[in-house]
Design a protein around this ligand. Sequence first.
Ligand SMILES: [Ca+2]
Ligand SMILES: [Ca+2]
Ligand SMILES: [Ca+2]
Length: 426
Amino acid sequence: MSNRIRRRILPILLSAVFSLTANFPAFAEGYGPGVTGPEILSPGDNYAGYQWGLYNDGSLSVDEASISTETYIAMYESFKDWVDGGGIGIPPRRLEPGDIIHTTLQSVSGVDMNVIKAWELYTAEKAVKNASFRNVTVALIDTGVDTSHLELRSALWVNTDEIPCDGIDNDGNGYIDDINGYNFFDHNNILRTNMISDIHGTHGAGTIGAARGNGGMAGLTDNAHVRVMVLKALGSNGGGTEESIIEAIRYAEANGASICNLSLGGTEHFPELENVMASSNMLFVVSSGNGDESGKGYDIDASPVYPASFTASNIISVANVTFTGELDQSSNYGAASVDIAAPGTYIFSTIPGNRFDFLTGTSMAAPMVSGVCAMVYSYRTDLDLMGVRDAVLGSAKKLESLSGLVACGGIPDMYAAMTYGLQISG
Ligand SMILES: [Ca+2]
Ligand SMILES: [Ca+2]
Ligand SMILES: [Ca+2]
C-alpha cells in the first residue's frame, strides 16, 4: 500500500517550521477515517502509517509541489510594480501551470527507529515485571502545549501534591496550581496559550507521548510509565529568555523529571545556562538547529549554536534525517558537536485543537530521541541516565550518509538501545 502526501511549499518558506502548517485540510478535524497505516504499526491508530520514524517499509511518498525562486521573485517584482503603479495597467504576473515543479520523494525501507520490536519487548515483559519498570518524566521546555488534545490527556505528568484551581501552592514548591507543569514565559499556570505558537510544543509532546490504540497517531512511549511535563518558556514568536529556560530546568529537576527536551537554540553563548545544564542531574536532548537564513544546514563545530554545542556529557545534540536516510538539507550537523540524527522531516504529530500535521526540523528530531531515551530508562532499571545515553548512541543504526556529520553516524534504534549490552535469548 502506498501512502502519498501531497503538499505545496513556497521556496522562501522552506526553512520556517511554522510555514508548514497551513495547507492540510485533510487533517483539519481530529480523528477521521484517514489513511490506514500498516496494521503492524499501531493497531487502532489510523494515521500511524504516516509515522515513518517508527516503522518505514518504503511505501510512504511525498509529492512536493513548489515554484522556483526565480519564478517567485518574478511574481513578486511584477506585483510590486503593479502596486507601485497604483494597481492599474499591466496586471501582475500570475502563477501558471508550467511554474509548478513536482517532485516525488520516496521513503527508503529500513530508515526508521525499529520501534515496533521495542514495543513488543516492552509490552511482553510489562506483563511479567510491571512493578519494576521505572516511571519516567520527560520535561518539555518549549512553547505552550494544547493539554486538552485527546492524544495527550493521558500523556501528561500530573503533580499529585497540588490541588488544581484553588489559588494555593499546596505542595509548597513555589508555584501555584502547577498541575501538568508551569508557564515560565508568562509566569502563570496557563499551559495552553495560543493556537499557532503552541503548535511547536504540542507537536513535540505528541511525538513523545501520544496515546496508542485510541485512533489518530502513536507516540513513542507508554503512557503508563512515561509522562510529559509541560514547561512553557518560549513565547508566541518562538523566542524566550535565558532566565525563563533556566527556571524551567530548575523546576523540572526539583519536580522529578529525568530527561529534558530542548528543541530550541541560537548562536549566542549563554554561560549561565551552560553551567546550569552541566551541573544538572538530568539528561538533556537538544536540537542542532535548522541552518542559516536561506535554510541551509551548516557545521556547528565551526559555527556553534547553543545549547547544542555545549560540551557537557549529559547533553545529546540531534540533527534531522529524512525518510531517505539523508540528513535534511536544512539540518545543522557537526562530527564533534552533534551526537546523533533522528527522523525530523515530514513528521506527523499532534497540533492544537485535536488536529495533526506534518512538520519539519531538528525541533521534531529531538523529541524522537527524548522518547527513545525515556523508554530505555523505563525498561532498563539497571542503567543510570549516562548509561541510557551510552546505550542510545552506542546502538545507533548506522547510515552511510551520516558518517562524518554526526558523532555516532546513525539514528536511534529503540530495540537495540533497550537491549544494549544484554544477552537476549530466542
Ligand atoms: Ca505548587
Ligand atoms: Ca493549588
Ligand atoms: Ca493515538
